[in-house]
Design a protein around this ligand. Structure first.
Ligand SMILES: Cc1cc2nc3c(=O)[nH]c(=O)nc-3n(C[C@H](O)[C@H](O)[C@H](O)COP(=O)(O)O)c2cc1C
Length: 132
């Protein structure tokens, strides 16, 4: 299912990287995920820098892609891309034009064993009724 988009402006685009050398270069730039070098693919979610809803639209798209990949038996990991120091270098590497901004990277691969889901903050702790 395609993610919700503000006013159908569609500011987001996906750069699919499968080339092994490019994946290695990307992994060398991105601080917290050297595993990207071994990924089957990395999708870079980019959006129009001058669209004030691009961050919401691109994050919504990122979040939709994760369960979709899981449903197809493919593991994925959201790797931070919003406001990151390494984004400019990644954009240069991938030829992403200056008017686009990177919002996330999603790394894909097949998992050997399904990892255990981490414990979440309890729902009753998160929900406030009527007023905060
Ligand atoms: C905004 C955001 C940024 C993340 N950045 C990274 C990252 O840079 N490197 C990484 O290995 N995982 C990153 N993750 C993945 C999380 O650390 C976590 O492994 C993942 O969300 C799965 O756990 P969960 O099911 O509890 O969300 C990020 C997740 C989010 C939502």
């Amino acid at each position: 299912m395609r993610a919700a988009v503000h006013r159908q402006a569609h500011p987001g685009e996906l750069v699919v990287v499968t080339d092994r050398i490019m994946l290695k270069r990307l992994a060398a730039l991105v601080t917290y995920r050297k595993f990207m070098k071994d990924a089957a693919a990395v999708v870079v979610v980019v959006g129009d820098a001058d669209n004030k809803h691009a961050v919401e639209d691109c994050v919504a798209a990122t979040e939709n892609i994760l369960p979709a990949s899981f449903a197809h038996g493919v593991g994925s990991c959201w790797v931070a891309g919003y406001n990151q120091d390494y984004n400019a270098a990644c954009a240069r590497l991938l030829g992403i034009p200056a008017e686009k901004e990177i919002f996330s990277f999603i790394s894909f691969g097949y998992y050997g064993t399904l990892p255990r889901a981490p414990a979440k903050r309890p729902v009753e702790d998160i929900i406030r009724w009527e007023r905060y």
